[in-house]
Design a protein around this ligand. Sequence first.
Ligand code: SF4
Length: 294
Amino acid sequence: VSLAIHRGETVGLVGESGCGKTTLGKCIVQLIRPTSGEVMFEGQDLTRLSDKELQTIRQKFQIIFQDPYDSLNPRFTAMDIIGEPLRIHNAVQGKAYRDSVAELLDLVGLSPYMAERYPHEFSGGQRQRLGIARALALQPEFIMCDEPLSALDVSIQAQIINLLGDLQTKFGVAYLFISHDLSVVRHISDRVAVMYLGRIMENSGRDELYKTPLHPYTQALLSAVPIPDPEVEAHRSVIVLSGEVPSPLNPPSGCVFHPRCFRAFQDCPRIIPALADAGGGHEVACLLYKTSYP
Ligand code: SF4
């Protein structure tokens, strides 16, 4: 996997369940230490840092987890939860600590008087706001958002999307937004990377990717997105992929997508297509595009 995330931008990472999106996200923020490769952050390879060095630099990159309930300690109050990064990094003390937590609560649309409540006293959307406030506490430059909306109702999802957008405008924070929901990713991302079985299949600017998807897998994913117009929805054609996602422990030879690809040809089981520029920064890993031959 090779992926660049620039300052202040949102990169959407999409793909079916089990394709490795969360593993990639965890490798980037070093919740999983990768066994090979590099994770460069502001010129430093995170994989080579000691635990102590990593703890220091971790102030600059944070995480919003998928399940807002599971990711909050039920014995902690909102004050303890949001203030934990401030305590660990000795960022503020005394009254400044309480003021910082109150400010963070306010920033994510919660009232400072809620600081003494426990997670079970908040709704699902409010809990995710707590998770976002905790991620923002140390003013990070990058946040890995691991399916932050999937446990929320649609109306609450919209509020959280808007909140993330507002916070990015205000603080210039970059997001890796992991999701299997292509409509949400289209709304929130500047660029989109499509993953399949542990590999990036396509990577492009958001508008380009949704207008002209090149990879057959992306074409199939996009064809399955519902269109909110009953006339168009009734007549659109959906590309149905046959078979199951193969095991990543025993991936198919050549292009890993070939057993399910509706455009596969004789070279596909033999040659691994490299992710290559197909023009204008649009990258694709498919042998149909001449640039991808090794
Ligand atoms: Fe399909 Fe072959 Fe392209 Fe893989 S390389 S996506 S199997 S056409």
